[in-house]
Design a protein around this ligand. Structure first.
Ligand SMILES: Nc1ncnc2c1ncn2[C@@H]1O[C@H](COP(=O)(O)OP(=O)(O)OP(=O)(O)O)[C@@H](O)[C@H]1O
Ligand SMILES: [Mg+2]
Length: 243
């Protein structure tokens, strides 16, 4: 569903992605881990055309992603992104936030959009909060609205960039639970996360990125339980035993 072929990206002279090769198969969950500054967000941003890359190729469902291409809106509609900060529209209710894309980008019928948005909010456990404004919702609830909003675009894949790292610890579980159900429904997902337990349980494969290169990739149980590279071992030690 998503492929990276020898992708290079730099900001000016600062090389950030140094030849990335990776694949996210249809219906797969791939977790992307790695230290701060290793290029994880940049990888995601290149997939949905928020950033350009200089060499190599990224494809989604066979179509090449080219941030300069005319079809960039089509690409953003096919691949949704969920950020660390929920980025909801503050002056719109939960329901209106979820309706926005289908209504104004996809130009779908208002009644259908409303019904589907309500059903999606219900499916993430927010059936009682349709008319709540973001400021009246907890961080975990806001992030679940953001996920419902991503799903409302009926994307082929969803990119998650540290979706739980801005949350209070007691709210992490409810968001991971929603992501777990999406995985069970075979949503294609590329997830930047430091939730190693989640990656262990849910990921089909794990990529470890360091210094703009994929140092190690493979089935979650191999990369997380028997990492071959010292840098992966070090990183995992640090995130699982932070002190
Ligand atoms: N817009 C930008 N202009 C210049 N440099 C940038 C820009 N965005 C990111 N960088 C640099 O690119 C590198 C990779 O950044 P990126 O945000 O992809 O890392 P990350 O792995 O997501 O880190 P974190 O875990 O802290 O979110 C960093 O050195 C960063 O300083
Ligand atoms: Mg990042």
């Amino acid at each position: 569903m998503i492929t990276f072929e020898d992708v290079h990206k730099s900001y000016g002279t600062h090389s950030v992605l140094k030849g990335i090769d990776a694949t996210v198969g249809k219906g797969q969950v791939v977790c992307l881990i790695g230290p701060s500054g290793s290029g994880k967000s940049t990888m995601l941003r290149c997939v949905n055309g928020l950033e350009t890359y200089q060499a190599g190729r990224i494809t989604i469902g066979g179509a090449t992603v080219d941030a300069q291409a005319a079809d960039i809106h089509g690409i953003r509609a096919r691949v949704a992104m969920v950020f660390q900060r929920f980025n909801l529209f503050p002056h719109r209710t939960a329901l209106e936030n979820v309706m926005e894309g289908p209504l104004y980008v996809l130009r779908q019928n208002r009644k259908d959009v409303r019904d589907r948005a309500a059903a999606l909010l219900n499916s993430v456990g927010l059936g009682e909060k349709l008319d709540a404004y973001p400021h009246a919702l907890s961080g975990g609830q806001q992030q679940r609205v953001a996920i419902a909003r991503a799903l409302a675009m009926q994307p082929q894949a969803i990119l998650f960039d540290e979706p739980t790292s801005a949350l209070d610890p007691e709210m992490v579980g409810e968001v991971l639970q929603v992501m777990r159900s999406l995985a069970e429904e075979h949503m294609t997902m590329l997830v930047v996360t430091h939730e190693i337990q989640f990656a262990r349980e849910v990921a089909d494969s794990v990529l470890f990125l360091d210094g703009g290169r994929i140092i190690e990739q493979g089935p979650a149980r191999e990369v997380l339980h028997q990492p071959r590279h010292e840098r992966t071992q070090d990183f995992l030690r640090r995130v699982t035993h932070p002190i």
